[in-house]
Design a protein. Structure first.
Ligand code: ZN
Ligand code: ZN
Length: 243
């Protein structure tokens, strides 16, 4: 449920909707209250069955537990859950959100993550975390971009799923420069000590939230910081996973 502004008469929402009719961000079809139409959503590269440890797509009949090509065997996090494979149109949506200041796409990405988690949570063995902890940007980077896309995603997904999301419980204490294109080992070295998590994470089951997982180095560095702050268990949720 979207919160309704009690100070704004309903007819104003009606005018706004007529002036700026909600439309599918991919095909432009008019949509009521959604950023994607049904057919475009169905066409997305959803991970319908993911490895219970690393999140990569696996066949429906695959046994639970690590898959044959499992990554991150000794990571600080217990598992990775991703909603989609990072390919078209996810690459386009994420890049528009981050580099063209399309904060509205942060809402869409958060909704996609929440939709996947809601399906998984229907399984009896699933337990929800106590806290969604978005990967923080360095304050200088966040000021330049105007927002942190991971915090947008966490806040939308938290609202949808009824979970606490708090971007203030972790900070990026060191600037690391651009990570794209670096090999995994170098990314991990660059990120050592880059994050600090609040002692308020102590005793909580935490889900680190990021837009895209590539090498996992960023999520792993934040997970280590959360564990150092006393988090009971850390998993990682991402909208998309490179494969
Ligand atoms: Zn569409
Ligand atoms: Zn795996």
């Amino acid at each position: 449920m979207e919160a309704v502004n009690p100070m704004r008469p309903a007819r104003v929402d009606g005018w706004i909707a007529r002036l700026f009719p909600p439309a599918c961000v991919l095909c432009g079809a008019p949509e009521q209250g959604h950023d994607l139409c049904g057919p475009c959503s169905d066409d997305l590269p959803w991970i319908r069955h993911g490895c219970s440890r690393c999140g990569r797509p696996v066949p429906l009949q695959a046994p639970t537990g690590p898959c044959g090509a499992c990554r991150w065997p000794s990571a600080a996090f217990s598992r990775v859950v991703a909603a989609l494979v990072y390919e078209y149109p996810l690459d386009r949506l994420v890049s528009l959100c981050k580099y063209q200041q399309r904060i509205d796409l942060g809402r869409l990405l958060g909704e996609l993550l929440a939709a996947r988690i809601a399906l998984l949570a229907a399984a009896p063995a699933w337990t929800m975390p106590d806290l969604l902890l978005p990967v923080p940007l360095h304050p200088r980077r966040e000021a330049a971009r105007g927002f942190n896309q991971a915090a947008e995603i966490a806040s939308v997904a938290g609202r949808r799923l009824g979970l606490r999301a708090d971007a203030r419980l972790a900070s990026r204490v060191r600037e690391t420069g651009a990570q794209a294109g670096l090999p995994a080992a170098q990314r991990a070295r660059n990120l050592r000590g880059a994050f600090l998590a609040s002692p308020d994470c102590a005793g909580l089951r935490v889900a680190v939230i990021d837009d895209v997982i590539t090498t996992g180095a960023t999520a792993m560095a934040l997970a280590s910081a959360a564990r150092a702050a006393g988090a009971l268990e850390v998993e990682c949720w991402a909208v998309a996973l490179t494969w």
